[in-house]
Ligand binder design. Structure first.
Ligand code: ARG
Length: 258
């Protein structure tokens, strides 16, 4: 995770970002701290990367890389405003002693667009990551990659439209995907939890599950009920300040899979 010390909305690269609307770094910091403490209370080992001035979106650590089986593929951002974040993540992993660290060749926004189910990697395209990055990821990690096309600009990263709950179990917002990708998801995950419009708009799918507890935005009450019905323990947190930048729980969290 990355503390939102320099959090702000100074540019707009997704429909949630309105630079003319006021933001509060103080609120961002206290909301982020609660998320951090929630993870700690659930027994997760949280590591921090130092935030850098001039990189207000660095709090969205999920975008910095993809980490599976100890291997690290560092992001290559689409927008010039975020390009410099890659160097910080590359340095963090290299100095942290991770042995296989490489920057992606094609535009690749890390775990924002690449989600590991335990069997395969679900990969988003349409707004940020390049389709060629999907192939590069399959080759680098040695897992099959399922390409999914996003069509709603509000849900521009895969992790805003879909979350992995457990090995082979997901929840998603079907309306965020093209007809073809919707059919693909329905076929692969017939038992998936489907999110309604209000929960999706509250960024309810930007969630993080450890297979038991699912940390998600507090406002996604419908999803929380659906999760409870399936035997998961929903844990609501408030990250309304981050939502002004188009991010929430999952965006703030990069998973380190050793
Ligand atoms: N403002 C950031 C952007 O548009 C938000 C990133 C959210 N991260 C995510 N994993 N969806 O790039």
């Amino acid at each position: 995770m990355c503390r939102p010390t320099y959090f702000d909305v100074t540019y707009s690269i997704n429909p949630w970002m309105h630079p003319d609307r006021p933001t509060s770094t103080q609120t961002a910091l206290s909301q982020w701290k609660l998320l951090f403490e929630t993870f700690a209370a659930l027994g997760h080992d949280v590591h921090l990367i130092e935030p850098e001035p001039g990189l207000p979106d660095m709090v969205f650590a999920a975008n910095g890389a993809i980490v599976i089986d100890n291997k690290v593929l560092v992001a290559r951002f689409r927008h010039p405003q975020r390009v410099d974040e890659s160097e910080a993540f590359q340095a963090w992993f290299t100095t942290g002693g991770w042995s296989t660290v490489r920057q992606a060749e094609f535009i690749n926004e890390g775990e924002g667009d690449f989600l590991f189910t335990g069997h395969e990697i679900l990969a988003g395209s349409g707004f940020r990551s390049d389709l060629r990055a999907h192939e590069e990821v399959a080759e680098f990690f040695g897992y099959p990659v399922v390409s999914l096309e996003l069509v709603d600009p509000r849900f521009y990263h895969l992790d805003t439209a879909l979350a992995v709950l457990d090995v082979g179990e997901i929840m998603y917002n079907p309306r965020a995907f093209s007809q073809r990708s919707r059919a693909e998801l329905a076929e692969r995950f017939p038992d998936a939890i489907l999110a309604g419009e209000a929960d999706a708009a509250a960024f309810g799918l930007n969630a993080l599950s450890d297979g038991v507890n699912v940390v998600l935005p507090q406002a996604a009450t419908g999803l929380a009920a659906q999760l409870r019905e399936r035997g998961y323990q929903p844990v609501g947190v408030e990250l309304t300040e981050m939502l002004k930048s188009g991010g929430s729980v999952k965006c703030c969290t990069l998973e380190l899979r050793r």
